[in-house]
Each structure stands twice: as structure tokens, then as C-alpha cells.
Design a protein around this ligand. Sequence first.
Ligand code: RB5
Length: 145
Amino acid sequence: MIALGSDHAGLELKKALMEYLDGKGLEYRDYGTFSADSCDYPVYAKAAAQAVASGECDRGILVCGTGAGMAISANKIRGIRCACCSDCFTAEMVRRHNDANMLSLGQRVVGVGLALKIAETFLTTEFEGGRHARRVGLISELEQL
Ligand code: RB5
């Protein structure tokens, strides 16, 4: 199950992601926003990130204008490793090395075609473990500070 969230500035790309996930037969839950009215991205980042952190969803994808506000907000939730990506190489590496469990995208930064490719890369790449697991463990320790 994939958690989705956006603000008004990410709504159209989130709709494109839903269409893409429907086409792939992948299940998702939309944690809002549901309209184009101006809203506050931390509200939706929190809802989707909590769904991932609790295990209700396996991964999450967030969209705002830049992807930055969503990532900053989601990373405040314990257990969340959200990476803002605008290229496929980074999307691949944040899975392989950082075990990122959320992706954030900027609707005002990347075109729809690239965004879908980034999402596909994020959803299909596995964590390598090994020495990277130690480093991810060290990231988790930072949550105690
Ligand atoms: C909304 O205008 C914009 O600030 C928001 O979508 C996002 O880009 C924040 O990081």
C-alpha cells in the first residue's frame, strides 16, 4: 500500500501518479489534499508519513511545488526517511543506500514524464543492506537527539 499526499501545488502530479499506479495495479491511499484550494503542506505530509511510520502503508510519495517542504515535514516523523528527488539516479540510490521509505516530488520542478519515471524507480528498487544498514541505523539514532 502506497501513501500519497500533496498540497494544492502538487495536486495535478498526484493525480498523474494515481493514474500511473492504477495502470500498474498498485494500491494506494490518498491522504489529501483533495481540492485545488490553497492549503498547508505539513498537514498532508504528516498524515501520509504517519501512515508509513505506523506500517499502515509500505511506502509513500508526496508532492508539493518543490518537494522540499513535504520532505522537510515528513522527515520530522520518527521512522521516516523521505528523499526529495528530481532525477532517477538519486531515486535509485536513496532506495539502495538510504532505504528511503518516502519520496517527495516537486510539481513545479519536474515534468510529469520524468516524475513518473522517478516514482517507478523508487518503487522498484530494493535496499542493499550490508554496510548501508549500519548507516541507516545511525540515522535512526539521530531521532533520539
Ligand atoms: C506552495 O506555494 C509551496 O510553497 C509548496 O507547495 C512547496 O513548494 C513548499 O515547499
